[in-house]
Design a protein around this ligand. Structure first.
Ligand code: PLP
Length: 454
């Protein structure tokens, strides 16, 4: 790339580049931080300011930015076979190897087939479609509806946005897919019942799921989709009884359970998968992000034996999959994923995520004691959220200006954090050390001090 004065990037960024999840006018007014390079778990911007990345890219650079085996796998595969289609009739060695490795990886979750995609939204779309098709194959033609959780995030395709639980991602794009319904999140800090006991709340939310299935008529419901730990909606950690209860209810009414594991699949919660964390076997799981350490856009819908058998035993036209992407099973992505899986296991990042996550959560709870603007702190593994409020009593969200100040002050103090609405979300690489955790806490402390003065 051409050598440029750093100002060039700030000046030109939003003139020609529209950003995801941003207002183009605001991007023109407030230029973003332009990241130029990265090493280990740190990033450096075009002005040479180096910070610890407490966002982990976008909860995907699980092994940090210097994972040489993944880089080597990508360049090696580029030299051997940079692309070939996996549409009916052709395949490639890397994708076959990866499907084998993934079914071993997910065997404890009962997931034995992989349908490859280019990312999380694609994986969600695939799981939603395959779940409808599963019922069709079995002659239950009316099972087309989906139920999901408010505050859930399932990407931005129309299917995913329709099961999404946040108006922000839906409002400007309505009407959404018909036949999608939502239940309240098992979120103790804010819920319609004012219920603060997590087990009781889990029971109430599960009851509402059952009520909704019955109300819709069970023979019209295809699937329930949930994140084992809700991520983008503000790290909502359900009580351990919730997902097992959901599994039971889905089984009782013949509804498929889709686990959206785009964030949780490769150790982030401290368990190897979010479903395993709660002792549940889903019918389908959506994976992406950490599968390739963020170095290549890649994902998959993982499929259980039950679903696989229905398709594979089917001899009529209903079983043929009329869905897929040009980049499904991309050999470079598959090679990146194979190397990532190997490193992920070798470094045992799930254990590190659990230990560092406990430290990070404890540190953030201390910050809650110190700063009145921290209304709630919650987390599991290396998914941690501080929810900022203007007033603890009313729980009114703090204003956007204060959030922007928190981000800038933390950045100046040496740590990149993510702000989403009135939440500070921390999702660093899973290879961080206890010292890194201490650095994150100190910088978030500075961010909160600055935001409180705003
Ligand atoms: C749980 C979940 N599902 C789906 C997605 C969408 O993934 P992508 O942005 O790769 O399309 C995300 C992205 O953050 C996610 O967190």
């Amino acid at each position: 790339m051409r050598m440029r004065d750093p100002k060039f990037f700030e000046e030109h960024n939003a003139r020609h580049f529209w950003h995801p999840m941003a207002h183009p006018a605001e991007m023109l007014k407030n230029p973003p931080i332009v990241v130029a390079s990265a090493e280990g778990v740190e990033i450096t911007d075009v002005n040479g300011h180096r910070t610890l990345d407490a966002v982990g890219g976008l909860w995907n650079v699980n092994l940090g930015y210097s994972c040489q085996p993944v880089k080597d796998a990508i360049t090696g595969q580029l030299a051997t076979l940079p692309y070939y289609s996996s549409f009916r009739g052709t395949s490639n060695a890397a994708a076959v190897e990866l499907s084998y490795a993934l079914t071993e990886w997910f065997s404890e979750d009962g997931l034995t087939r992989a349908f490859f995609t280019s990312g999380g939204s694609d994986s969600v779309e695939t799981a939603l479609r395959l779940s409808r098709q599963y019922h069709r194959i079995r002659g239950e033609l009316d099972r087309t509806k989906f139920i999901s959780i408010r505050q859930g995030y399932h990407g931005t395709h129309f299917g995913g946005a329709s099961v999404n639980g946040n108006a922000k991602f839906r409002r400007n794009y309505e009407p959404m897919l018909p036949g999608c319904f939502h239940i309240p999140a098992p979120w103790t800090y804010r819920n319609p019942f004012n219920e603060t006991d997590p087990a009781r709340l889990a029971e109430l939310c599960a009851l509402l799921l059952e009520e909704e299935i019955k109300f819709q008529s069970p023979d019209t419901v295809a699937a329930f989709i949930m994140e084992p730990v809700l991520g983008s909606g503000g790290i909502i950690v359900p009580h351990e009884s919730f997902m097992p209860k959901v599994r039971e209810i889905c089984d009782r009414y013949g509804v498929l359970l889709i686990a959206d594991e785009v964030i949780t699949a490769f150790g982030r919660t401290g368990a190897w998968t979010g479903s395993r964390l709660w002792g549940v076997k889903p019918d389908l799981a959506c994976i992406a992000k950490g599968i390739s350490n963020g170095y290549f856009p890649f994902g998959a819908a993982m499929i259980s034996e039950k679903i696989a058998n229905a398709f594979e035993d089917n001899k009529n036209a209903f079983g043929s999959i009329g869905h897929g992407y040009t980049y499904s099973g991309h050999p470079v992505g598959a090679a990146a994923a194979l190397a990532t899986l190997e490193e992920t296991q070798k470094l045992n990042v799930a254990d590190n995520a659990a230990a560092r996550g406990d430290e990070l959560l404890a540190g953030c709870k201390e910050l809650q004691n110190k700063h009145q603007i921290v209304g709630d702190v919650r987390g599991k593994g290396l998914m941690v959220c501080l929810e900022l409020v203007a007033d603890r009593e009313s729980k009114a969200p703090i204003n956007k200006g204060a959030m922007d100040i928190a981000l800038s002050a933390a950045y100046e103090a040496g740590v990149m954090i993510r702000v989403s609405g009135n939440n500070i979300i921390l999702s660093p690489s899973l290879v961080i050390t206890a010292d890194h955790v201490a650095t994150i806490i100190t910088a978030v402390d500075s961010g909160l001090t600055a935001a409180a003065k705003a």
